[in-house]
Design a protein around this ligand. Structure first.
Ligand code: BGC
Length: 785
């Protein structure tokens, strides 16, 4: 619609629908009432896009079009032809740090502020829904889109994802939580079936979505391209209706990823409300035909259309236009400088100091050779649909010169990046560039080497082939370190890289991820100590790709990818296998030190109350991320040794002590019980560990947790052990089994056999079916069917 569309002509003709009076009347009705007044064709049309970026309106009914744009770490509102292909041509917007960086902050309050800023910009551009955040789990370090995701851990992804959604939606802009679900690779992403067992699906891949849906109520979810256990997400009724709406209570709209619809009619029946982008009427006609021939219930279409109207109304109400008038945020801008400053603050908070022998922070008077093309040509975001056209762009080189004393910083490119002007690149050979870098390093106190992954190596649409840094960069590092061992390496990468030589040849390693448009100055703030680093790894850095959990099952073959590692994703895997890693989940150094003391853990009806005193024992102000892990070694089911269940980011002045109170909710202690089809807390002695990383545990307590009762019906299919564990049921089978039961060795031998089979052996003297009937009566008395 024009009102939400700052320049209708830019986005193509024919989008103007509904004058203000019609819109006002529509807004005065309930969505169901609006839909009740529509024809079948109008309802079908509402549930698909009108173009690449707009929903369809129905002008007769006063329903305007709503603008949906990427996302997630900035507003990518395309200019011109509004197609999907001109990725780079969007209006300028603040490029905040992508999710890979945001995840490392471990700070929901900070992310909520980013969400608010994103909402302000989206509102200023007339955007109804910003397509993000993306919270898929980083299953393999190779996933080309890991830069767009928060963590390998569902708790971190859920807590931080919810914060982003809360912030964004506080500005009246809808979120689209994506990609629902199990979209953990780019290879074959539009067809592959993610074959995942129920527990990992629930406990790892859906759990973050569940948290965001239940805690932050996103206006929309975007379903993924892939299939889940054989069924496309876009037509997966179990996922889109039974779980999402039935179990989690989602009341918003589900849209397809762009081009994710395989069978639109099946999609509508399954709970897909909106197909994006437009099919130019083709699939609308299929929906109409299916309703007419009875193969699609009209009620299913009504539901989808109602949800679209509900979304339109929410988007319009942002501007308080319940009573009509213009919905355009006329002239309402946002503070570009303030948002850039926020981008810088958040970027600095995202930096993870991996290693430091004391060389950092740099003193302003230190003579520094800045080496590496990334220092002058920052790689600050990933490629694909999330590409933001930044309002400005800081470089680390400029940032460092802001902090350094006059004349102390020199620069040598060291290598050429793909986007370098070809004439300039041709002017120097690789050897010359290395010679120049080595000379600069030799003439300085410290060499700060900016290494990383060139843009062409990681992107939406394809996965990486390995986790190596380019060989020429590693060789440059060797040459520079030979000349001056006082080397600091700063990394720019969206997915983790193998450190190997980087760790061996440097005095400090700074993980700079992709940090958004202010990443350059933010890194400089950390290098010179204006900001004390506090970022923590939201994903493990393995020694080798071969150690990683999905190594043998990624990206699958012949249309299937088997999630063979099950629950053991990320640190859950490395811990269970007791594998050494380069840097563990949760790791990150500071320029100060922290002590944890006085841990106390108190179980209560709602879960666990955890309290620990954290002291900044160094001489600088800093920030600690306190992490709480739980484990149940005596569990009946497979479990990782420890799982993150709470965390808190705490700022502490030098010398300051603070009691940090964290809660582990009972719901977060639960596992998915595949027999009961429910979340169940298993009773037992839980280890509750508190630390500064998953492998830097500073305190541990064991607490008794009372489990949930799970009463399962006992049948002839139940094992002998299961039946004998229930005194009443045991009485019912004892008669026929006495000669087995009297022999402990025999009980051991047949304990796992179904009791019906044993009762059927010759000589038991009982009819198995009769015992089965008695067991059924017992189940009925207990209310179990
Ligand atoms: C991506 C989504 C994105 C959409 C619209 C798709 O290819 O997977 O994340 O929001 O395009 O650009």
């Amino acid at each position: 619609m024009t009102d939400l569309q700052p320049d209708a002509t830019e986005n193509g003709p024919g989008r103007t629908t509904g004058g203000a009076p019609g819109v006002a009347a529509m807004l005065a009705l309930l969505p169901e009432e609006v839909v009740a007044g529509l024809t079948l064709e109008e309802k079908a049309s509402l549930t698909s896009g009108s173009s690449f970026w707009f929903t369809q309106g129905v002008s007769r009914a006063g329903i305007p079009e709503v603008l949906l744009t990427d996302g997630p770490h900035g507003v990518r509102k395309q200019r011109g032809g509004a197609d999907h292909v001109g990725l780079a041509d969007s209006v300028p917007a603040t490029c905040f740090p992508p999710a890979v960086a945001l995840g490392s902050t471990f700070d929901p309050d900070l992310l909520e502020r980013v969400g608010v800023a994103l909402g302000e910009e989206a509102a200023a551009e007339g955007v109804g829904v910003l397509l993000g955040p993306g919270i898929n789990i980083k299953r393999s370090p190779l996933c080309g889109r890991n830069f767009e995701y928060l963590s390998e851990d569902p708790f971190v992804s859920g807590v931080l994802g919810a914060a982003l959604v809360r912030g964004l939606q506080s500005q009246g802009v809808g979120a689209s939580l994506k990609h629902f679900a199990a979209n953990n690779q780019e290879a074959d992403r539009m067809r592959v079936s993610a074959d995942v067992d129920e527990r990992p699906l629930r406990e790892i891949y859906l759990r973050g979505f569940q948290r965001v849906v239940t805690e932050a109520e996103p206006w929309t979810l975007m379903c993924s391209y892939n299939k889940i256990n054989g069924t496309y997400a876009s037509q997966n009724r179990w996922l889109l209706t039974d779980v999402l709406r039935g179990e989690w209570g989602f009341t918003g709209l589900v849209m397809s990823d762009w081009g994710a619809v395989d069978d639109r009619v099946a999609g509508v029946a399954a709970g897909l409300d909106l197909e994006m982008p437009s099919s130019e009427g083709r699939t609308d006609a299929e929906v109409v035909a299916a309703v007419r021939d009875g193969s699609l219930a009209e009620a299913a279409l009504d539901l989808a259309a109602t949800r679209v109207v509900d979304l339109v109304q929410k988007a319009l109400r942002r501007d308080g236009h319940d009573s009509g008038g213009s919905h355009r945020v006329e002239g309402a801008g946002y503070d570009v400088d303030a948002h850039h400053a926020l981008a810088r603050e958040v970027a600095a908070r995202s930096v993870v100091l991996l290693e430091n022998d004391g060389i950092l922070p740099l003193a302003p008077t230190t003579r520094v050779a800045v080496i590496g093309a990334f220092a002058a040509q920052p790689r600050y975001q990933g490629a694909g649909s999330s590409l933001i056209n930044p309002t400005r762009l800081d470089t680390a080189l400029d940032g460092m010169r802001e902090h350094a004393a006059e004349g102390t910083v020199t620069y040598a490119a060291g290598f050429v990046l793909g986007d370098t002007d070809p004439a300039a690149a041709a002017a120097q050979t690789g050897e010359e560039l290395v010679r120049e870098a080595v000379a600069a390093a030799a003439a300085s106190d410290v060499a700060v080497l900016f290494l990383g992954l060139p843009a062409e190596l990681e992107s939406e649409g394809f996965d990486r082939a390995d986790i190596e840094l380019p060989a020429e960069q590693v060789a440059l590092l060797g040459a520079v370190a030979d000349a001056n061992p006082r080397v600091v390496v700063v990394l720019s990468n969206g997915g983790v890289v193998r450190l190997g030589e980087v760790a061996d040849r440097s005095a400090a390693v700074v993980e700079g991820w992709l940090l958004g448009q202010a990443g350059g100055t933010a890194v400089a703030d950390v290098l010179y100590g204006a900001v004390n680093p506090s970022g923590r790894l939201a994903e493990t850095i393995p020694h080798r790709l071969q150690d990683s959990p999905a190594y043998l099952d990624f990206p699958g073959e012949r249309g299937h990818v088997r999630y063979g590692e099950g629950l053991f994703v990320g640190y859950r895997w490395y811990d269970a296998r007791d594998l050494d890693v380069a840097h563990p989940f949760g790791h990150g150094l500071s320029y100060t030190t922290f002590e944890h003391s006085g841990l106390s853990v108190t179980p209560d009806a709602e879960g666990l109350a955890v309290s620990v005193t954290v002291t900044n024992t160094g001489e600088r102000d800093g920030r600690e991320v306190v992490q709480v892990y739980t484990g149940l070694a005596s569990s009946d089911v497979a479990r990782p040794p420890r799982e993150l269940k709470a965390f808190g980011s705490v700022a502490l002045a030098a010398g300051e002590s603070r009691v940090v109170e964290l809660r582990v909710s009972r719901a977060d202690l639960a596992c998915w019980d595949i027999r009961a089809g429910a979340w169940v807390v298993e009773g037992g002695s839980y280890a509750v560990e508190v630390g500064a990383s998953s492998r830097d545990i500073r305190g541990s307590e064991t607490v008794a947790v009372v489990g949930d009762e799970v009463a399962m019906p006992l049948t002839l299919e139940s094992s002998l052990d299961e039946v004998m564990a229930d005194p009443e049921a045991a009485q019912l089978v004892r008669e026929g089994l006495s000669r087995f039961l009297d022999d402990p060795d025999m009980v051991k031998l047949i304990g796992s056999a179904p009791v019906g089979r044993i009762l059927g052996f010759p000589g038991t003297g009982v009819v198995p079916a009769e015992v089965g009937a008695r067991l059924e009566r017992l189940n009925a008395e207990r209310g179990l069917t």
